[in-house]
Design a binder for this molecule. Structure first.
Ligand code: SAH
Ligand code: SF4
Ligand code: F3S
Length: 487
């Protein structure tokens, strides 16, 4: 992690012998200052600073939350590390599908071994999985070595909870059922210096019948546009050139605010920020994608030529059971309108296979949709039954073996379609943002095009964070090998 954003609060000036303030975020800064005292004592005793590792499971929203956790740990004086054999380890968990949960339980076993070697180690768990009562019961019963557990609604209280756990023995659990609160201006430690996610809204009100997110993330709440713009301006001043606006359904942005500002309007305002070069967003629900948004995207020189538009199923019957509130025809019509206005746009999607009641004919409709839309990429998921969701109670669950067969069949079509879509850019010169040194060949750097396609070119670390023109020479399935061109 490389870059931090402090918000003009000098922790050294806080009197930690006084009572903690009640207002936020002042209260959390007080606890950061208090944590620092403990960190200093640790340093004196051990001759080194305590190390902290933040591990993220799940989506971009969780990744952004992890940057906030890292920012608070950094402010409290911890030394950040990627090694989970650390003095403080926190897992920011996901529960969207059961395999995410299983990974957490598996890795907790490993942490237990580390803790045996380092008894002063603290283990914390937070995020979506912690909002499920059955998970908490299991942790209490079989994972008593965990020190701190909190949820998604009180993550802003992390400094206070960290402080309590530094001194405490035994497990601290603090889970809230919901919140209407948004606490602004806490420190953030960004993973990338040149690009950043920005929350524009929290929670979800859609209740797709398979999905647990509305239950673990609570009701939809939008941030004030001024707060969002201010945050982006300060990020740009700190070297950020690309932002990703984050929400479970960005197209319904603004609905919970008093003033009338919608997502298209927010984008117009973000576009005006000088020095910002690229704007992305995630995720767009097809039912709420407005004509106005299409126009804003078309006219924009900063909004990337990429739209992630989750389909979930190509069968209207299944879409209805999923409570997606659009039909196959409405989705296709939307795609046609988008492509007509913005012909060079890349469209990607999410698809679930094996939703209760899905027949081979329904799956064929999904496969047909992949061919018709010609997705540039699609994330395909096997349906996972989530306790408490309406779909979990549906009777006609599809046998695992049939799901697997359907999944493999779909995946092949997805890959073939994606390959031929990506191949279309062969020989073109396009602008890329260079993001990192190539993992496999350190004489190369990896960049991303506006349409989200990856390109590897010869280069060095000095290019990271820069926008450059590249020639797309060789298509290797989903990515290109290219070279830098003067333009
Ligand atoms: N808010 C986003 C999706 C967030 S979850 C949207 O509406 O598009 C990311 C993806 O996980 C979803 O698009 C869906 O394809 C998948 N997903 C969600 N719940 C699932 C479940 N129970 N089983 C399998 N996949 C699921
Ligand atoms: Fe889940 Fe649907 Fe909300 Fe997306 S829109 S988070 S799939 S309930
Ligand atoms: Fe997972 Fe929570 Fe995101 S359940 S997908 S981390 S909102």
């Amino acid at each position: 992690m490389s870059r931090k954003m402090y918000n003009e609060i000098d922790l050294n000036k806080i009197d930690v012998s006084a009572e903690p303030p009640t207002g936020e975020p002042a209260r959390q800064y007080y606890f950061m200052a208090k944590c620092r005292q403990w960190v200093r004592a640790f340093e004196q005793k051990n001759g080194r600073r305590p190390t902290a590792c933040v591990t993220t499971f799940g989506c971009q929203m969780n990744a952004r939350d992890s940057e906030k956790l890292a920012g608070i740990l950094e402010s409290a004086g911890y030394e950040s590390t990627d090694n989970e054999n650390a003095d403080f380890v926190i897992y920011n968990t996901c529960t969207v599908r059961d395999n995410a949960n299983q990974r957490v339980y598996g890795r907790l076993g490993e942490l237990k071994r580390y803790k045996k070697q380092n008894p002063q180690m603290k283990i914390a768990l937070c995020g979506c999985m912690m909002q499920e009562p059955s998970v908490i019961e299991k942790l209490k019963k079989s994972y008593s070595f965990v020190d701190l557990i909190f949820g998604t609604h009180n993550i802003y209280k992390f400094a206070e909870l960290l402080c309590a756990s530094q001194e405490a023995k035994g497990m601290i659990i603090d889970i809230w059922q919901d919140t209407d609160k948004i606490v602004e201006n806490l420190p953030v430690e960004r993973k990338y210096p040149f690009k950043s996610g920005i929350n524009i809204m929290f929670g979800c009100n859609n209740f797709c019948s398979y999905c647990i997110v509305p239950y673990v993330r609570g009701r939809e709440r939008s941030r004030e546009p001024e707060e969002i713009l201010r945050e982006i301006e300060s990020l740009v001043a700190d070297g950020v050139v690309e932002v990703m606006l984050l929400g479970q359904n960005v197209n319904s942005y603004g609905k919970t605010l008093d003033k009338s500002v919608n997502f298209a309007e927010l984008l117009r305002r973000v576009e005006k920020i000088e020095g910002l070069k690229r704007i992305r967003f995630m995720t767009s629900h097809p039912k709420d994608l407005s004509e106005e948004l299409i126009q804003v995207m078309k006219e924009s020189s900063k909004i990337c030529r990429h739209l992630h538009l989750p389909l979930q199923s190509g069968s209207t019957r299944i879409l209805e059971r999923m409570n997606r509130r659009y039909t196959r025809e409405q989705y296709l019509d939307l795609v046609r309108r988008i492509r007509k206005e913005i012909p060079d746009i890349a469209i990607t999607t999410d698809i679930i296979v094996g939703f209760p009641g899905e027949t081979p004919e329904d799956l064929e409709e999904t496969i047909d949709m992949v061919r018709t839309v010609e997705y540039d990429n699609a994330f395909t998921f096997i349906y996972s039954k989530r306790t408490g969701t309406p779909a979990a109670a549906m009777e006609d669950q599809v046998p695992a073996e049939e799901v697997r067969r359907g999944f493999d069949k779909l995946l092949k079509v997805v890959q073939d379609t994606a390959r031929s879509q990506v191949a279309k850019y062969q020989g073109k010169v396009m602008e890329a943002l260079i993001e990192e040194i190539n993992e496999n060949d350190t004489s190369m750097v990896t960049g991303r095009l506006s349409n989200n396609v990856i390109v590897h070119i010869p280069g060095d670390a000095s290019m990271i964070g820069k926008m450059v023109f590249v020639s797309l020479d060789e298509c290797h399935g989903f990515y290109y090998i290219g070279h830098l061109v003067d333009f």
